[in-house]
Design a protein around this ligand. Sequence first.
Ligand SMILES: [Zn+2]
Length: 92
Amino acid sequence: MARIPESEIKRLKQEISLQRLAESAGIALKRHGADVVGLCPFHDDKTPTLVITPKTNLWHCLGACQTGGSVIDWVMKAEGISFRHATRKPEL
Ligand SMILES: [Zn+2]
């Protein structure tokens, strides 16, 4: 199978809003300075440790996960799928 072109990956990372992805997953986000914060869906979160930066379209979990990344990393983690599979998701 052909490799996913770098340009396509770049497009996904820029054009798909992480904030929208999170909100469509039912996560309530609150503005916090330049970021929006909410409960991390990837661990049992009691205080909002999920930070999304709309400007860079990157997310980070400051809690148990200690991880983060782009929309592709989000979908990979949310659905437990591979990078290749994530780039082919219809919502991306
Ligand atoms: Zn987390």
